[in-house]
Design a protein around this ligand. Sequence first.
Ligand code: PEP
Length: 255
Amino acid sequence: MKKMLIACNWKMNLTTSESVALVQSIIEGIKNKKISPDILVCPPFTSIDAVSKVLKGTKIFYGAQNCHFESKGAVTGEISIPMLKELGCRYIIIGHSERRTYFFENDELVNKKARAVLASGLIPIICIGESLREREENRTFDVLKRQIEIGLSRIEPEYCVQIVIAYEPVWAIGTGVSAEPEQIQEAHSYIKKELIRVLGKRASSIIVLYGGSVTDENAQSILELKDVHGGLIGGASLKSDIFLSIIETANLVLA
Ligand code: PEP
């Protein structure tokens, strides 16, 4: 059976009390239901501890949206992997396009973070994807190739079971304009081939998510694509009814 992960990226939204309320309504919405996909919430750092307490005893995973690659030190304002691990985080999003754009994170830094997350035993969700300009200039595959080659360099193939990739075309993030299913399948198929080229055949087990304006309306056409193993969902994960409906769709696709 296809494995699927439905991951939420709440970004810089929700105070601690708002995060708790949202996660409580997600728990309420799936209560007594058989849920086939894995579900992951990535709240802001300040909400992780409170959210973890509400999630105790449920099957919902939680994680962080970023981390530093050093385990400690004089790096004001940053959060280390051991800090997140102690809170019980299972996943850490790495290289989100907003971090690449606003905080100038490049593929080398993404690689340092990914290797540190893997070494700690946690799962990096490594985000890749082209900008609108890169797509218009027919450079999508070149960009994905570079991001995979550098972002996943010096990673031992045995880590393949612990890696998640999120294909997130930058032009589709937060714009309300998702990529078309054909564009998504084409990119995912290319990504899978590149992962195998760089990491060897064990990479065929790597989960590749799609992210970029996923909603309850387009979720089915995206999640049923052959090489899509779930979604990384921003805006639509902030409203429990829409998010619950996406989970319902994932359940149907996996049925
Ligand atoms: C994201 O931030 O990873 C994302 C995909 O956002 P949205 O769903 O709002 O496009």
